[in-house]
Design a protein around this ligand. Sequence first.
Ligand SMILES: [Zn+2]
Length: 466
Amino acid sequence: MASLEEEVVGDIWCNFEAYKNLVIMCDRFGSRFAFTEEEKLARDFIEKKFEEYGLENVRVEPFKYFGWKRGKASLEVLEPFEKKIPVISLVLSPPTPKEGLEGEVVYLGSGSPDEFKAKKDEIEGKIVLCSSAASPDGKRYHRRTKYGYAVEFGAIGFIFMNHNPGKLPPTGSLRPAYRMAGEIPAIGISMEDGEFIIRNMKGRRLRVRMYNESQIVPDATSWNVVGEIVGSKYPDDIVVLGGHYDGHDISQGALDNCSGVVSIMEVARTLAKHKGSFKRTIRFIAFGAEELGVTGSTCYVDQHKDEIPRFNMMINVDGGGRFIRQNFEVHGPEELVPYLQKIADEIGYPMKVKTTLSTASDHWPFYLEGVPAASLESVPDPMLEPLVRSMGRGWGHTPADTVDKVDPRALKEASLVLSQFLIRIANEEEFPIKHTEKKKILKYLEERGVAEQLRIQKKWHPESIR
Ligand SMILES: [Zn+2]
């Protein structure tokens, strides 16, 4: 007779429900961006699927945030010569005045803190241009850090340039929407058009006029969709498997993060058939509004403060299922690395578990509250990892993040790995990894310079979860 694990793995391998769900959510609904009808279609679809798969306690949990509606945006070069450049608004940008926002452009390279500090006195009253590339020393800084410095140093506008070719202007959020919206207008521009500006501002002034008709909607509502398989022996101990279902409105958000959420749904489908086989509770969460500064998960942790001590572990899937080879990256504590590595070795899955420190996805609020947290990531092939890393988000956050980029086999692979890990984690007699004290985490973040970046992003609020 096949073991539970053999049945689950066979079930995933022999079905293509994950890919079917991906096509429905991307092709039929669309981006699922927060504050759109598409978001509601996705919310209802996931809820219906969780019910259909037999999860227990299925529910939709609302939360409030600063919503945003995309409006038309454009950019005109006025000096040294006139030229119109196609752009899109960045998420949570306030509108410009009707007559536009005029200013001189100051180029900040990759927009790292060092580059900003070196040109500190040249920024006031100007429009900052910087790219999504890694800094000259190879470190990658988040767009929200770059925007934060632009605001801090008195810029009046912000232009964010893609560092990958393809005529693809990038989008992305400017501030944590669970607290606030952006202060100065901001737009995204393709690498090619950004290079045009940089070329033509060498040794002379370059002035532009920016238009942005986007609107901030305070008091918007989004939703997290939740379902469980209640533990048979320790129902109060919870392993959370989560990932965001929203994508950016300019694309299908197929890689970021429909591939992640359909992998989670596939794990739910296959494990729920074996209710009673898991000692502790597995809680599946599809988070809303992640693309607006990790908003859904932050609000979730805030709404479930009392349960935090009962969360044994949080696994985030925002990057897993995009490429064939799956890998766990541990946010903390470090003991989680050998623990997950041991499971990978046991199931014979080629994986090198490593640590990472990333603030910009749904593991973050859990990690900050001390919950052991890891993310499922993926690469096409370990040999190609440096190339993939140099691309940063790659097609993510651009109109090119579409279903055709997703390899159906990668979805199976992510679901297989997640289910095999969960079968073991949920059946531990005693979960071996303890929570980390918040004080210790805050100290670590200060020492690593992460606190400084979060301050500039307006995401450093250790006294409160949101
Ligand atoms: Zn994402």
